[in-house]
Write a protein that binds this ligand. Sequence first.
Ligand SMILES: [Zn+2]
Ligand SMILES: [Zn+2]
Length: 139
Amino acid sequence: MHTANQARCSCGALGVETHAEAQFIIACHCRACQRRSGGAFGAGAYFDRAAAEVLGDPREYARTPEAGGTFRSYFCQTCGSTVFWTIDDHPELIGIALGTFETPLTGVAVHSLYERTKLDWIALDAAALHSPAGYTDAT
Ligand SMILES: [Zn+2]
Ligand SMILES: [Zn+2]
């Protein structure tokens, strides 16, 4: 039986509770994910959307990624942390920002995407998959 995990923003007003194991983690080095996260790369764990319960009232920011479709990120109206996002082309999934979890995730495969804009001091040797762009270019 999987125990619930909690993800939450800096102030605690926005959270997500998950009731399943993460399916995979994406470390995304694209410029849009660098900007969204404010970090060196975007990192999120993907779950079955039906197994994730949103707690709170986020604001939405929608953008069109390079691969097409619509990427919707959800952030706290008080502190601004992005806690989760959805992709219209994959309505069955929810991405949750890796740094927001109470209990760090372990044993989940990491997919490192858009490495063509990866900062040169980052080496994700443990990643299960690497790609210069999206999944179609993966090795
Ligand atoms: Zn907050
Ligand atoms: Zn990205």
